[in-house]
Design a protein around this ligand. Structure first.
Ligand SMILES: Nc1ncnc2c1ncn2[C@@H]1O[C@H](COP(=O)(O)OP(=O)(O)OP(=O)(O)O)[C@@H](O)[C@H]1O
Length: 988
């Protein structure tokens, strides 16, 4: 008869409860800042979740306390702690030391087990019911079950090799039991704490990278409670509840846990148990027919808790560190799947018949049984003991067998794993080898095909070579012919080279001649300019000198005239005085009148004569001075005229020289153009001849070789033709463009010469007009000056004649007075008075006239001076621009010469750009045999393209393109010869 639960209806299936607990960051993780805000799109749902700040009490009260109550109701309950190492499984299950419990409050880090124990005792004590409590504490290490409550004397420590594992037995009803497992009956909570502490100390631990005190085993702490209750119908009921508290080993992978040597197996076993646990969970979730409980001892022990009649709670512990992310996700996935497992919890209860039994059992005083039942039971017991003994014997045998089989199975599994690994490797190797084989086969096929192709080609080539060898001798002759043609061509080129050299010398000569002529011209112009400048300067100097001298003379004249005037005035005054004296002393000194009058008259006449003579002298001086000036002016004018005419002559000669030079330049330019055109024509003709000859030769070759290697030769000939044609075209193009450029330059030069010529003519004309203007102005000045001088002279003459008239009239009066002195005494006074007054008035009028004449003379002199100044100014105004013009002309002339020189240089450069090239075939050295290959012909020893140049590196660089083009021509000739695979005889 089933003692427990046979008369109890099973509860409806309930899911495994899953709680998630995340521990806080430890100090190392805080230092490493191992948090992350990386978002992972995965959702897991759990019954309860406890964060890093959650406390032990909080977790117990909210999640575990109800389970403990259910245990007290007679249910079997299991609480697992599952998670990566170091995530707080042991902390959650056991926690810190309990120590001394004050006023029923544990220290805050005390875990589930002590708190559950405390709750059980509290409830049972409060109910005041009969109960008994037993605890077991076992460890599953490397698939061996160890009793952590075994007496101390059998153990020497956690790693004691003498520790014997205890056997896990089938109970025959699908369940298991552990033979020899110590069950300790406990009456107080303290006792349990001690047992727990002792057992924990014996547990296998090791330091791993993730936890300094890492549990290397699974532990199961079980509390079994028997409680006797009275039912409503007065019957006594016995309820039996069992609480399994399972602390699993870390679920991390071996590598990450840093398992050292010897610990790998340990990790493997731990993983094996956990893997089996995972498979069992999967099978239960997926409702597979077979649940592999038997694959590990852990699953065999927890069979009831997974899919059985036990209420199960899994506490999944995780770390908040980013470094544990993968493991955390695995734990979450594992726990989430486990949540789907359904158990069918049942209450373990039976009707109390033997209260005494419980009492005895508790008190350990034996059990009271009625006699009849005792006999029956005793018989049953004996039979059962016998049966058990037999069974135990069988079991031991079977256990041994099983262990042997298990070991065999394990060895087989390892072997299988190794073999499968080897198989996989071999398969990979095979695949690789197959691939390599395929590749090699492919290559082989290709190589075979290539060999066949090459064989075919070789045979074809051999045939071709034979035929070519035959042709070679024929071609040799052809080549000799071609060589002689080439030597002809080279001699032609040499001739052209000579021609070009002659041209070059001509150009150089022309340039030196041009330079010389230009230098002479420059010197002549400079000399002419300086001479003219000197002339003008001396003219200016002379003019200044004459002007200053004239000024001195005029000033002297003015002073003398003024002196004369004063003298005249004083004479008149004394005359007046005398007449008045005469008048006053008329009556008293009439007798002395004649003598006095005659004396006075003679004095007057003498004075007049003297003054007249003086005036005459002065006037003569003035006249002489004026004559001198006139002569000098005439002389200056003549000199100036001569200077101008000389300048004109020089300018004309210069112009003629320039004209001649430009004519010579034009002739040379046109002759050069003609030479260039001739050269171009000759070049074109030669190139045309060369192309024609080449084409003929190529056509001939083509005809000869067409039958044998028609296709190859076609391509070769076309290529050769194209090459030669392109080279010729480009050469022609370049020659034409260069000629065009040269013609342009020539026309530019001619235009420039024309413009210079016209400019020169204009300048000459301007100079001539300026000269004429200057001459006419000079002539005009001279005429004006002459007129002034003549006027001055006539006025002086007039003055002299007037003075003479006055003298004559005075003398006449004197004569008349002397003749009729006696007869006209009385009337004489009147007459004398009249004469005197008349003389006075005449003197006054003469004075006035003299003053007037003086004034007019002075004004004439001033006018003359003004005219002289104006003439001087005019001359200066003419001379200064003449100077400037001369300088400008000199500068322009200098620049023009420079430009001409530059143009000459440009012309020479241009001529050089199109400089001669010559293809020289040098003489074969005597030490090389006549039948050398074409490759050696390519060597510069035999054939080279040279271009004579003046040694200027820049010139060489500038003309590099022409070199390349001609090189290409030469290269193409060589190429064609090379392609023909012929040998060349000596070239001389
Ligand atoms: N919730 C928590 N609050 C505070 N400290 C904790 C918490 N969980 C774990 N710890 C601390 O983390 C460390 C590791 O915890 P524990 O040894 O319990 O991990 P474990 O999962 O049992 O590891 P293993 O599988 O290696 O045995 C301990 O020092 C423990 O005190």
């Amino acid at each position: 008869m089933d003692l427990w639960g046979s008369n109890v209806k099973p509860d409806r299936g309930v899911n495994v409860e899953v709680i998630l607990r995340c521990r806080p960051l430890n100090d190392d993780e805080k230092e490493l800042k191992a948090t992350s805000y990386k978002q992972i799109d995965k959702t897991f749902s759990f019954d309860k979740v406890f964060g890093p700040t959650s406390q032990q009490k909080e977790l117990f009260d909210e999640a575990i306390s109800p389970i403990v109550n259910e245990v007290l109701e007679g249910y079997n309950c299991t609480i697992f702690a599952y998670g990566q190492t170091g995530t707080g499984k042991t902390y959650t299950m056991e926690g810190g030391r309990v120590g001394v419990v004050e006023s029923g409050e544990f220290p805050r880090d005390v875990g589930i087990i002590p708190r559950a124990v405390q709750q059980i005792f509290d409830v049972l004590e409060a109910r005041d019911e009969d109960y008994s409590m037993k605890v077991t504490f076992l460890e599953l290490y490397n698939e061996d079950i160890m009793d952590l409550l075994a007496p101390d004397e059998s153990l020497n420590g956690p790693d004691d090799k003498s520790r014997k594992p205890i056997a896990l037995m089938e109970d025959g009803r699908g369940g298991v039991f552990i033979r020899g497992l110590e069950q300790e009956v406990v009456c107080t909570a303290d006792r349990i704490y001690k047992i727990l502490e002792k057992g924990s100390a014996k547990r296998h631990t090791a330091d791993s990278l993730l936890n300094m005190q890492s549990s290397r085993s699974h532990t199961i702490f079980s509390i079994t409670i028997h409680v006797k209750e009275s039912s409503s119908n007065g019957e006594e009921l016995m309820k039996c509840g069992k609480l399994n508290l399972v602390d699993l080993a870390g679920s991390e992978n071996v590598v990450r846990s840093g398992a050292k040597e010897g610990r790998v197996r340990e990790a493997g076993e731990i993983n094996k148990s956990l893997l089996t646990l995972g498979r069992v969970i999967n099978a239960l979730v997926e409702h597979s027919g077979h649940v592999p409980y038997r694959d590990s001892k852990l699953t065999r022990l927890l069979r009831d808790s997974l899919g059985g009649n036990t209420k199960t709670c899994i506490i999944a512990t995780v770390s908040p560190s980013i470094h544990s992310l993968e493991e955390t996700l695995n734990t979450l996935d594992y726990a989430h799947r486990a949540k789907k497992i359904k158990n069918r919890p049942e209450v373990n209860q039976r009707i109390e018949r033997l209260r005494q039994e419980i009492y005895d059992e508790r008190e350990k005083n034996g059990i009271y049984t009625p006699h009849d039942r005792f006999q029956i039971e005793e018989a049953e017991r004996k039979a059962l003991v016998e049966q058990i003994k037999n069974m135990e014997f069988d079991l031991v045998f079977k256990d041994k067998e099983l262990m042997g089989l298990q070991k065999l199975h394990d060895t087989q599994q390892t072997l299988t794993a190794e073999l499968s690994e080897k198989l996989q490797m071999t398969q990979k190797d095979l695949e690789k080898t197959q691939n390599t084989l395929l590749e090699i086969e492919g290559r082989n096929r290709k190589a075979n095909a290539t060999i066949k192709e090459k064989e075919h080609l070789i045979s074809h080539l051999l045939q071709s070579e034979k035929s070519l060898t035959k042709q070679a001798s024929e071609l040799l002759e052809e080549l000799e012919h071609a060589t002689s043609e080439a030597s002809n061509l080279f001699s032609k080129l040499e001739h052209q080279d000579k021609l070009e050299n002659g041209n070059k010398i001509l150009v150089q000569k022309f340039q030196t001649h041009l330079a010389k002529q230009l230098d002479v011209l420059q010197q002549t112009v400079a000399a002419s300019v300086t001479q003219q400048e000197e002339h003008l300067k001396s003219m200016e100097k002379d003019f200044d000198y004459s002007l200053s001298k004239k000024m001195g003379g005029i000033q002297e004249l003015t002073a003398q005239v003024r002196h004369l005037k004063k003298t005249h005035e004083s004479g008149i005054k004394s005359l007046d005085d005398i007449s008045e004296e005469l008048d006053m002393s008329y009556r008293s000194a009439f007798s002395n009148l004649t003598s006095e009058v005659s004396r006075n008259s003679s004095a007057l006449v003498g004075h007049f004569e003297e003054k007249f003579l003086e005036i005459n002298d002065i006037l003569d001086d003035i006249q002489r001075d004026l004559f001198n000036q006139q002569e000098k002016l005439a002389e200056f004018a003549e000199q100036q005229r001569q200077g101008h005419s000389k300048t004109l002559q020089l300018t004309r000669s210069m112009s003629e020289a320039m004209m001649k030079f430009f004519e010579t330049l034009g002739t040379h330019t046109s002759s050069l153009t003609r030479i260039m055109e001739g050269t171009q024509k000759i070049n074109g003709q030669k190139l045309y001849d060369l192309a024609k000859e080449f084409e003929d030769c190529a056509a001939f070759e083509k005809r000869q070789l067409l039958e044998k290697v028609a296709e190859l030769l076609d391509i070769s000939n076309d290529r050769k033709k194209n090459l030669v044609q392109t080279a010729i075209n480009s050469l022609l193009e370049s020659t034409a463009s260069r000629t065009c450029k040269m013609q342009n330059e020539m026309s530019n030069l001619q235009d420039f010469s024309c413009s210079v010529e016209s400019e020169l003519t204009t300048h000459m004309e301007t100079i001539a007009t300026n000269y004429l203007v200057a001459t006419s102005v000079m002539d005009n000045g001279k005429d004006g000056l002459e007129k002034c001088l003549q006027q001055c002279m006539s006025e002086s003459r007039m003055g002299v004649s007037q003075l003479r008239n006055a003298q004559e009239s005075v003398l006449d009066l004197q004569k008349r007075n002397f003749g009729s002195l006696d007869s006209i005494v009385r009337n004489e006074l009147e007459t004398s008075r009249m004469i005197l007054s008349r003389a006075s008035s005449l003197a006054l009028s003469a004075l006035e006239e003299t003053g007037m004449a003086d004034k007019s003379l002075l004004s004439s002199i001033e006018n003359l001076l003004k005219l002289d100044h104006e003439a001087h100014k005019n001359i200066r105004s003419i001379v200064a621009p003449s100077f400037e013009d001369m300088k400008g002309l000199g500068n322009k002339h200098y620049h023009t010469i420079l430009k001409i020189k530059e143009a000459g240089k440009c012309f020479l450069d241009e001529y050089k750009v199109d400089g001669p090239y010559c293809l020289t075939l040098e003489k074969r050295p005597s030490n090389i045999p006549r039948t050398e290959s074409i490759e050696e012909l390519r060597s510069p020893t035999f054939l080279k393209l040279t271009r004579p140049f003046s040694g200027d590196s820049s010139e060489q660089q500038e003309t590099g393109d022409q070199n390349i083009i001609l090189s290409d021509v030469c290269e193409s000739v060589l190429h064609s010869l090379n392609n023909s695979r012929v040998t060349l005889t000596a070239i001389n």
